[in-house]
Ligand binder design. Sequence first.
Ligand SMILES: [Zn+2]
Length: 499
Amino acid sequence: MTTLPPSGRIDGPVLLTARWVVGHRDGRHVILDDGVVVFEGDRVVFVGHDYPGAVAARIDYGNAILSPGFVDLDALSDLDTTVLAFDNQPSWRKGRVWPRSYMERAYEMYTQEELAFQKRYAFAQLIRNGVTTALPIASLFYRAWGETDAEFSAAADAAHELGLRVYLGPAYRTGNSYVDDDGRIAFFYDEERGFRSFADSLAFAERIEGLASPLVRAMLAPDRIETCTPDLVRRTADAGRDLDIPVRQHCCQSDLEFTRITATYGMTPLEWLDSLGALDERVLLPHGELVAGTRHVDRPGRDLDILKNAGATLVHCPLVSARHGGFMDSFSKFRAMGVRIGLGTDTWPPDVIQNMQVGVMISRVMDGSIDSVRSEHYFDAATLGGADALRRPDLGRLQAGAKADIIVIDMGHDRIGHVIDPIQTLMMASSGRDVTDVVIDGRFVMVDGQIPGFDATAGQARAQRQFDGLVARYPERTYGHPPVGEIFSSAYPRLGRNA
Ligand SMILES: [Zn+2]
């Protein structure tokens, strides 16, 4: 193959070929057998079969899929702590809700350097999984309060350096849930503090948008809805409109958020957001589970109408939903209603392919039907759904004029088995580990599994050390302060050498 310059960019047109190309014609994806993609600079200039022009470089990926990169609207961007909840419940006894004793002295459990490392590490993992556009999400449980300008400035640097397209917004909130001394969930609000962190996030957004970077853009990312007061929701919506940037408002996942909003305001979360004028086509709503009018919500409500009319996008995160025993009801019903749906990875591994696989299967279980959901419906959500949510017709599709955000998925190795159709086989036998090469904005950011400037082995070792250090501090912010060994279970009895 062509030797790449250190910049990852090749001057002049670059022609890529593979056994299958996912191109785009007349508003939908098409599969081009033995297809060709040509890009020049940051743009795709040709997708088809016979390119008539001269090119500066040619790369044939052989038995592979050339695909538009994935758009991840809830992109895992820390050393995921949600995985600790997999077999350790209830959350409030496992360090996922602050006890009052900790809330009064909550502090940043990671140093600035550790916060910067985990973003850079997470961005590299997203690239490895074929994500070319990411809207980062991380936990606030180990934070003093909200996310900070300093760590997001470092994240912007990491995105530029690694070459990942991102929309960045430090998370903020005016409130917090906690466990009181009797083991009951309670709420604490500090609007002044929340508005200060909102002001910081807004200043960050204005600065980032002012950079006019082709890669790094801004979004607004208020935390879960139950941690936001009405004024914060209103100010966020106004700012989103003023700056014309995406707003991600977590609102349809947990019982806690649903019951808190209905008990306080007498409305469902979606009705409440609607009443505050906070829903429009810029808004992204993870996770679409607790919606009135579906089987998960035993309460009437206007949610379905609101979703249909608001133009907001549901951010469907199949893996984290399924692991927690819940799911959208249902992907196919929302899709048939014309509700916009994009995908998010949310939890480890940040593998969009695995998320699509889980999504197809659980959706069929939800519907009790083998044909309510097809492979291409999820592939559309992972590409076009995300791009449309960001109002970016230049993303999520490979056609002339689109951004050169291209991934290569290897279908040639023996563990894939026999291919029946590239996208259908992707949904059954592939994984994010099969993504070998990634081009973002016309730059080769991963070549043959290697990301220039990122040492995956050293990164993993450091991530483990940093994560272990955080886990050691769980007793500080777990109700009753039990030792780590009592907070987290083991699948089987652990026998040390002298047992
Ligand atoms: Zn979530």
